[in-house]
Design a protein around this ligand. Structure first.
Ligand code: CUA
Length: 392
C-alpha cells in the first residue's frame, strides 16, 4: 500500500511539474522566445509553418485515435478481481489478414498524403533560393559565423563581418553556406529552416525577413566544445538603411588620433592580434595598404588557426555582440533600431574577454580551436579595448 502511494505521488509530481513547465513556456512573450519556430516572420518560415499546421493536425488526430483505443482497451479488458487465470482470458488469436492489411495500408496512405505537402514545400524553398536577387556567403567556424558580401560582382568579398548577418527586409537572400572546419548548422527559426554547413560543400538556402528587425539563431549541429555558444542573429534593415550599412562597411573606420591610448592599442593589435584577426586596409604587420578591400584569400595554409581565420574586426562595433554572438559589445545591450547600434561600449566585458577568452567560453586553444589566452598585460588590454571600441 505504501509503495503504491509513493508511486502515485511520484506520478503526480512528474505530471504537475511537466504541466508547470509547459504553462511557463506558453506565457512567454515573443521576444522572450527568440528561437520560436511557430512565429514566422518571413516567406520561407511562413512556407514551413503552413506545412507544420496540417501535419500537426493529422498527427494529432492519429495520436488521439491510437491513444484513445489503447486507453479504452486497457480499461475495458482489464483484469478484474474475480478473474481466474487460464479461464477468463481473452481469446488468443494469431493472424488476421484484413486487420493486418488495414494497419499497413492506412498509415501508408496518411504518409503519402503528407509527402505531397512535404515535397511541395521543399521545391518551393529550392526555387526561393534559386530566384533570390542577392547572395551572402555564410561560413561556419569553431565557434562563430562569418558573412561575406560580394557587392560589385567580381566574386571577391567586399564586406566581411561576423555573428550578425545584415540583410534588406523584403528581399529574399540566398545564403551560400560553407564550413571551415567541422559540420555546423545555420538556423534562424523565425526566418527559415535549418541548413547544414559541411566542409568541402556549398549548400544554398533562402531567407527573407518580411519587416526590419532582429532575429536570433543558434548553431544546431554539435560542433565541439562551444557548440552551445555558437549563436548568430539576422538584422533586417529597410532597403535604404541596408544601402547605408553596406556603404559604411566598405569605408574605413575612424583612425585613432595621434598619441591616444587607442593609437597605442592599434600597435598592440598589429603585434599580437593581426596574425589571426583582420582590420581592412592594413597588412598583418600594420602597414597601410592602398586598398580598403578585405583580403578574401587570407584563409591560407600557414594560418595558425585550424578554423583558418578569426572574425574580421574592421567594424566590430557596428555589431552588437561578439564571440559567437554571446557577449554584449554595448553596456546594457545596444539600441538596435538604426543602421548602427547605439550605446556605451562595454569595455568591461571586452577587457575580460581579452584577459582570458577560454575562461568565458569553452575552447581548446592548445589544439588551435578558438581564441587562446595571450597573457596580455593589463595596460595592453586597456589600449586594445580603446582601439577596438573605436572600430565602429
Ligand atoms: Cu557550430 Cu554547433
Amino acid at each position: 500500500m505504501i509503495r503504491r502511494t509513493s508511486i502515485r505521488r511520484a506520478v503526480w509530481a512528474a505530471t504537475s511539474s511537466a504541466l508547470v513547465l509547459v504553462a511557463a513556456g506558453c506565457g512567454l512573450h515573443d521576444d522572450e522566445k527568440p528561437l520560436n519556430t511557430l512565429a514566422p516572420k518571413g516567406k520561407q518560415a511562413d512556407e514551413i509553418y503552413s506545412l507544420v499546421t496540417p501535419v500537426f493536425l493529422v498527427a494529432g488526430v492519429v495520436f488521439v485515435l491510437v491513444m484513445g483505443a489503447a486507453l479504452y482497451l486497457a480499461i475495458r479488458y482489464r483484469r478484474r478481481k474475480d478473474d481466474v487465470d487460464g479461464v477468463d482470458e481473452p481469446i488468443q488469436r494469431h493472424g488476421n489478414t484484413p486487420l493486418e492489411w488495414g494497419w499497413t495500408i492506412l498509415p501508408a496512405l496518411v504518409l503519402a498524403v503528407l509527402a505531397i505537402g512535404n515535397v511541395k514545400t521543399i521545391w518551393t524553398l529550392e526555387n526561393d533560393q534559386r530566384d533570390a536577387p542577392m547572395e551572402v556567403e555564410v561560413i561556419g567556424q569553431q565557434w562563430w559565423w562569418e558573412f561575406r558580401y560580394d557587392v560589385d560582382g567580381d566574386r571577391k568579398p567586399d564586406v566581411i563581418t561576423a555573428n550578425q548577418l545584415v540583410i534588406p527586409a523584403g528581399t529574399t537572400v540566398r545564403l551560400a553556406i560553407q564550413s571551415n572546419d567541422v559540420i555546423h548548422s545555420f538556423w534562424i527559426p523565425m526566418l527559415s529552416g535549418k541548413k547544414d554547413a559541411v566542409p568541402g560543400r556549398t549548400h544554398h538556402w533562402a531567407i527573407t525577413a518580411a519587416e526590419p528587425g532582429i532575429f536570433q539563431g543558434q548553431c544546431t549541429e554539435f560542433c565541439g566544445l562551444s557548440h552551445a555558444y555558437m549563436r548568430m542573429e539576422v538584422k533586417a534593415l529597410s532597403q535604404a538603411d541596408y544601402d547605408k550599412w553596406i556603404e559604411h562597411q566598405m569605408a574605413a573606420p575612424e583612425e585613432p588620433s595621434a598619441g591616444s591610448e587607442a593609437e597605442a592599442g592599434k600597435q598592440v593589435f598589429f603585434t599580437k592580434c593581426a596574425s589571426c584577426h583582420q582590420v581592412n586596409g592594413y597588412d598583418d604587420t600594420g602597414k597601410k595598404l592602398d586598398t580598403h578591400q578585405p583580403n578574401g584569400d587570407y584563409r591560407g595554409a600557414q594560418h595558425p588557426l585550424i578554423a583558418g581565420n578569426a572574425p574580421n574586426l574592421t567594424h566590430i562595433m557596428s555589431r552588437d555582440k561578439f564571440a559567437g554572438n554571446m557577449f554584449q559589445l554595448y553596456e546594457d545591450g545596444a539600441k538596435l533600431e538604426g543602421v548602427l547600434p547605439e550605446g556605451d561600449p562595454n569595455a568591461g566585458t571586452l577587457g575580460s574577454w581579452l584577459r582570458n577568452p577560454p575562461g568565458m567560453k569553452p575552447m581548446n586553444a592548445d589544439a588551435n580551436r578558438g581564441m587562446p589566452n595571450l597573457q596580455l598585460p593589463e595596460d595592453e588590454i586597456r589600449k586594445l579595448v580603446a582601439y577596438l571600441t573605436l572600430l565602429k
